[in-house]
Design a protein around this ligand. Structure first.
Ligand code: NAG
Ligand code: NAG
Ligand code: NAG
Ligand code: NAG
Ligand code: NAG
Ligand code: NAG
Ligand code: NAG
Length: 907
């Protein structure tokens, strides 16, 4: 691409956006921002001006015109542009890069005589430090600088005060210096990775991962995540010579402009100036990788996948997948607008990396096992993780990124994360089911219910924050422990609203909104208004005017989720009175607060002939007990008909028994989504002490006939709950063993069907893999034998373990006395499963150590004789003990390990 053209283009765009942005940023006047600005000591008018403007025009010497999009920052010095000239050197025993750095800055406060930079773990050449005002160096010569290595601060002292920015009068300064950075395998921010090429020769690559705050390990910088600057990068590559490893691939966050070979045979690669980005979005990759690429059907969007040359043949899977997702995104958005103006690079790094960096848009790095598809080693769950992570990242990019033609920004990035996750599942559902005429056709059912259960697994503890409390925190700054809460819960709530409004209507409104806000800010409030505007009709206003925004707001403002207690008054007449009451759900607290969430209610009934409200939710309930009449003919009623409501339901005992009876006799009357919800709720209600063991088992008793992957996944995630610390069910080792033995009986038949079948469709493979892992974890002997067989063949005959059964086999090895031997070797796919299996094993044994032994329960209420007990409505005293609400528990020592569910889904 021609650099000059691009620059001209940029200045045109920025001018335009400058004019238009000024008028459409109403929240700039909101209270919190005003308060932050007050800290600043501007003189009178300029204070107000800056608040209204927030954009500066700056004529940088080389660059042409830039707009600094500076919003509500309490700064004294603002970096406008970083210019990096990097020369990497990779030797056998040492790697480093030399860098010459020039930072163009403007000052924004009077009397600045010292510049403070962040710089960690690098060697800065003292005499190279200069601060230029025009072509004059103003560093204070008697005391030029102090580099406090301990604290990672570089202080540069000036001989004169900086002239602050004022009105249109601009004085810019250029800070310039050279430094060397040693790069090791362990160094933070920028690190070295070893891999082997096709000749089994060791190779090294250099890679940065700077989010959320590691840029200071890469270059000296003003480490403030709110600052956005242009990065101009030039890379000098050493010529191929014996001592230095030859690398000629470097990928930065902007497209290449030109390369040239110098007289000393070094190669210089110049890059186009990047868009304005924050430091954590900066990236640099240096290696000898090769690439393959494809372009999208509708636009110039190009996906480029980078990997070692001999691995490229295994990269076509992700390349085709990624391009297909981009096509699906274009179809979904119904406008042919490029996601990014430059190519999207996906780089597989042969080391453990924790997913894509959420703010990356141009250089997406991930663990190489999320990029290369080796059919003989990749398990179906690793494939799913690969697909999900890329789909989610592409959704983030679509929703707004620095490289798009006109940048779309999100005021609440947690909300963007949720929308991206929700859309990722939506696009995956379209991908799984192929082309279709109606673009909103495929619902996310399967993904939806998993995503909801995952969100709920994080969202019940009283210390969990409400989503709204993340406010306008940058996505990169959201603590890791809340990542899944933010992504999965927001996505689940959107799913609930989708089902409430109707899929087509919801998606149309969403697409219309996103398209209309291109190049602007998106805020939650604005989104809600627009959603209401596009979806409210008489039909959707329901009985008392609930709108999509009222519903979403009530959920965003509360942490946790409710359980609805359903009480059916059964008398002789066919018209029954149904009572609904919501309470906060918790596994450990006995005293539950009332909640006043606006809950869209939908239900199905045993006798559907007269059902007015079935399937699509028609009304919402609030805090008060809500009572209505329905012709149940004394049959059951099941709430949350599409399982998309973010809540659990507990029925009166009689209704539960009717449901259980139908499950046993004709489970097809209740569709699989509802069955999945019921099964998961039963586990949860048992663990929270709201349901007796005998009733739980009575309902779950039908599971041996269950053939749905959805329901079994719900059951497995329910089983995980039994391990929740301090839960009201008072788990003991004996009780836990009884659960395992109960579930062993239930899993037998599906285990047999799946392991006997040779079907290799994705769904079957997923199902089989889940069931094998589950069956082994509850010590089902057939499964243990099978795993041992695979392990022995692997140990003695060196046959590969079926990837889908690998986690189960590794788990069995950990549980066995000998464990792994030091001679065992693992590739990256296997290592991932191994550390997962180790984690599961450790979690299990810690759990068993923590809980008391417990007493054997009287044999007459164990499973074999359960049915007669159920026949009578009287509860046994022992069961009452489990529901004893007054029992005191020490909630202070409760630490919950729920990451397992996340590990399962992320795979
Ligand atoms: C700092 O650099 C040294 C080598 O120069 C390295 O051993 C150390 O791990 C680095 N520290 C960090 C936090 O990167
Ligand atoms: C990198 O070097 C290899 C040979 O070492 C060459 O085949 C390849 O084309 C080069 N790549 C680029 C992008 O110049
Ligand atoms: C794609 O790029 C070409 C030239 O690079 C340009 O003429 C064309 O308009 C672009 N198409 C789209 C859809 O952006
Ligand atoms: C997008 O591009 C495709 C093919 O290039 C074309 O058929 C379609 O009409 C375009 N859609 C819009 C909305 O421009
Ligand atoms: C279903 O309801 C209709 C109308 O209330 C009634 O006529 C019919 O007998 C009911 N069916 C069953 C199986 O209860
Ligand atoms: C079950 O055992 C308990 C105590 O062992 C006894 O009180 C109760 O009557 C027995 N119930 C039945 C149905 O046998
Ligand atoms: C209507 O909304 C209010 C809260 O706005 C709620 O308390 C009430 O239960 C809702 N539902 C009905 C059907 O009245």
């Amino acid at each position: 691409m021609n650099g000059i053209d691009r620059r001209q283009l940029r200045s045109r765009q920025t001018e335009k956006s400058f004019r238009s942005r000024r008028v459409r940023t109403p929240w700039l006047r909101s209270g919190s921002i005003g308060a932050r600005i007050k800290k600043k000591t501007f003189d009178d008018i300029s204070y107000k001006m800056i608040r209204a403007l927030f954009y500066f025009f700056l004529v940088a010497a080389v660059q042409g015109t830039f707009v600094v999009d500076e919003e509500c920052l309490n700064y004294t010095i603002y970096p406008v542009q970083y210019e990096l000239v990097i020369s990497p050197y990779i030797y056998e025993d040492r790697a480093f890069y030399d860098c010459h750095l020039s930072i163009t800055v403007i000052a924004n406060a009077p009397d600045i005589r010292m510049i403070e930079l962040d710089a960690k773990n690098m060697t800065i050449s003292g005499e190279s430090i200069k601060v230029y005002k025009g072509d004059r160096n103003i560093v204070d010569l008697p005391r030029p600088f102090i580099y406090d290595k301990e604290r990672g601060k570089l202080y540069i002292y000036l001989s004169e005060a900086l002239i602050p920015y004022k009105g249109r009068h601009l004085q810019n300064y250029v800070i310039s210096m050279s430094f060397r950075k040693e790069v090791t395998f362990e160094s933070s921010g920028v690190f070295l990775v070893k891999y082997y090429d096709e000749n089994r020769k060791a190779k090294y690559l250099m890679q940065t991962r700077l989010s959320p705050n590691k840029a200071k390990y890469f270059i000296p910088c003003f480490d403030n995540p709110q600052f956005e600057s242009v990065f101009k990068i030039t890379v000098y590559q050493m010529p191929p010579e014996s001592r230095v490893q030859y690398t000629n691939t470097s990928i930065v966050i902007a497209p290449e402009m030109k390369r040239e070979i110098l007289s000393d045979k070094r190669m210089v690669i110049h890059y186009v100036p990047s868009p304005q980005v924050a430091l954590y979005q900066l990236a640099f990759h240096n290696s000898q990788f090769w690439n393959i690429q494809l372009s999208s059907k509708y636009t110039n969007d190009t996906l480029v996948v980078w990997a070692p040359r001999d691995e490229l043949k295994n990269c076509f899977y992700i390349l085709r997948f990624g391009i297909k997702i981009i096509d699906i995104i274009h179809e979904y958005s119904s406008v042919n607008r490029s996601l990014v103006t430059s190519p999207i690079n996906v780089v597989g790094i042969p080391t453990y990396l924790n997913g894509y960096e959420i703010a990356s848009w141009n250089q997406l790095t991930n663990n190489i096992i999320r990029v290369i598809y080796l059919p003989e080693f990749i398990s179906v769950r690793q494939t799913e993780a690969m697909k999900f992570e890329l789909a989610q990242q592409l959704s983030r990019i679509w929703l707004g990124n620095p490289g798009e033609e006109a940048r779309t920004r999100w005021k609440q990035e947690w909300f963007k994360e949720g929308v991206a996750t929700y859309l990722a599942y939506h696009f995956l559902a379209q991908y799984d089911y192929g082309a279709q005429h109606n673009k909103y056709k495929q619902s996310i059912d399967h993904y939806g219910i998993n995503m909801k259960h995952l969100a709920m697994s994080h969202d019940w503890h009283h210390s969990t924050p409400a989503l709204i409390s993340f406010n306008d925190e940058l996505a990169v700054k959201i603590p890791w422990r809340y990542k899944e809460l933010v992504t999965m819960k927001t996505a689940s709530l959107l799913w609930m609203v989708e089902n409430w409004l109707g899929s087509e209507k919801f998606h149309q409104a969403l697409v219309k909104y996103i398209n209309s806000r291109r190049g602007k800010y998106i805020s939650l409030q604005d989104f809600m208004q627009s959603l209401d505007h596009d979806t409210v009709e008489c039909f959707h206003q329901f009985f008392n005017g609930s709108t999509a925004s009222k519903i979403l707001n009530s959920w965003f403002h509360h942490s946790g989720y409710p359980v609805i207690e359903v009480n059916v008054m059964r008398d002789s007449s066919s018209e029954n009175v149904v009572q609904l009451k919501q309470k906060r759900f918790s596994f450990i607290e006995n005293k539950r607060q009332e909640t006043d969430l606006l809950i869209p209610i939908s239900y199905i009934m045993q006798n559907m002939s007269n059902c007015f409200n079935c399937y699509q939710p028609r009304f919402t309930i609030g805090k008060q007990t809500y009572t209505f009449k329905e012709n149940l003919n004394n049959g059951w009623i099941i709430l949350n008909s599409h399982a998309s409501g973010y809540y659990r339901v507990n029925y009166d005992e009689q209704t539960w028994k009717l449901i259980a009876q139908t499950l046993k006799e004709n489970m097809g009357l209740i569709d699989e989504m509802n069955r999945a919800q019921i099964v998961n709720d039963v586990f949860a209600l048992y663990v929270s002490g709201d349901m007796s063991l005998e009733l739980a088992w009575y309902i779950l008793d039908y599971l041996d006939k269950e053939r749905s992957v959805l329901v079994w996944e719900a059951a497995i995630s329910g089983y995980e709950m039994l391990r929740i610390d301090g839960a009201n069910c008072h788990m003991t080792r004996t009780l836990y063993r009884e659960w395992q033995s109960f579930l062993r009986m239930k899993v037998q038949s599906i285990y047999k069907i799946l392991t006997n079948s040779i079907e290799q469709q994705r769904n079957t493979r997923l199902f089989r893999s889940r069931i094998i892992e589950f069956a082994c974890s509850i010590n089902y002997d057939k499964c243990l034998n099978y795993a041992n067989l695979l392990v022995n063949q692997w140990r003695h005959k060196r046959t590969r373990i079926d990837p889908d059964a690998r986690p189960a086999c590794y788990y069995v090895i950990y549980e066995s006395l000998d464990g792994f031997s030091s001679a065992d070797t693992f590739n990256a796919y296997e290592s991932e499963d191994k550390s997962y299996a180790e984690y599961v094993h450790r979690r299990e044994s810690n759990f068993l150590k923590r809980i008391p032994m417990g007493e054997q329960r009287p044999s007459n209420i164990t499973m074999s004789t359960m049915k007669p007990v159920i026949a009578s409505t009287q509860k046994s005293p022992l069961i009452d003990d489990h529901t004893d609400k007054s029992h005191h528990i020490q909630s202070s020592v409760i630490i919950l390990v729920l990451a397992i569910l996340s590990v399962i889904l992320v795979r």
